[in-house]
Design a protein around this ligand. Structure first.
Ligand code: COA
Length: 261
């Protein structure tokens, strides 16, 4: 297969931001801020057609997970879409990610319907599903009242048989934060070395604090083997939203909880 992707360099930032801007100016602003931070183009790739950059894609891999990858900003310039470039670009980035030893690849997509341009991410969703990604979680009202987040995933290696042991953690909630790219959706930060698995009182303090900030919703997630987390979280009024299978490693999922005001 001819290579169409090359690593993105700092000198490509303006061109790449223009490509993203051809679809959505808010995304372009967010991406520009990310790229301009030191090392911001790291693990990003540009797609070239006859020497001109017309697409961008990339990936990241959370340190807390075993060979788990996320696809990041993925765009083909608007005037070049529907000619097969997106499919080629995404297939090639998947090969690059596979070559890094990835076990599983995740991608987040919004179902936003723009008043003028319609369902601007619908092509992406269909393309990912055609390539074999499956929806694992749908968080309704995630980015905004009318905008859900869909998390899709695809395995890049067969699952390994694992003996998973329960994790007995004592965690301490230590803050609330608005989730990036959302309108008033919050989450809680926490660290371990707390005094109880999950202190129900603290969950309540967090809920009250975000309500005072005008939150629409709270989203929390915990590893599936941290089994003591679930009871207090459900007791506080959260519902189970689903799980990302084998997220941390084969056999350890990421369980998601949501609470809407
Ligand atoms: C998602 C995205 C990258 C896809 O890029 P693309 O170059 O249009 O992708 P493709 O051309 O391979 O496929 C798109 C469609 O065009 C069709 N197509 C491909 N080649 C074609 C051709 N020669 N003639 C007509 N249609 C064609 C495909 O079958 C596909 O159709 P479908 O949506 O009915 O399944 C692009 O639409 C985009 O940048 N979208 C906005 C940003 C976004 O949603 N990013 C992903 C979320 S982060």
């Amino acid at each position: 297969m001819m290579k169409l992707l090359r690593e993105m360099k700092n000198k490509d930032i303006d061109r790449v931001v223009a490509i993203i801007d051809s679809h959505d100016d808010d995304d372009a602003e967010e991406a520009a801020a990310g790229y301009r931070q030191m090392g911001g183009t790291y693990d990003n790739f540009v797609y070239e057609k006859q020497g001109e950059i017309i697409g961008v894609t990339g990936f990241s891999s959370p340190l807390s997970c075993d060979e788990t990858y996320w696809l990041s900003w993925t765009y083909i310039e608007d005037q070049h879409t529907h000619q097969g470039h997106g499919t080629k670009m995404i297939k090639e980035i998947i090969e690059i990610i596979k070559a890094r030893g990835a076990r599983k690849l995740f991608i987040k997509v919004s179902d936003y319907v723009d008043p003028e341009d319609g369902a601007i991410y619908a092509t992406a969703l269909k393309l990912y599903q055609t390539l074999g990604f499956k929806i694992e979680i749908t968080h309704n009202h995630f980015y905004d009242d009318e905008e859900a987040q869909l998390i899709l995933a695809m395995r890049l290696q067969d699952p390994k048989e694992q003996n998973v042991t329960d994790e007995h953690l004592n965690i301490q909630f230590d803050g609330i934060f608005e989730i990036a790219e959302t309108e008033a959706a919050y989450s809680f930060s926490w660290h371990d070395q707390g005094e109880a698995p999950v202190n129900l009182n603290d969950v309540q303090i967090g809920i009250d604090a975000v309500r005072n900030k005008g939150a629409r919703a709270i989203f929390l997630s915990f590893p599936s083997n941290f089994i003591q987390a679930e009871a207090p979280v459900l007791h506080a009024g959260f519902s189970k939203a689903g799980q990302l299978d084998d997220y941390y490693e084969d056999g350890i999922h990421e369980v998601h909880y949501s609470l809407y005001f």
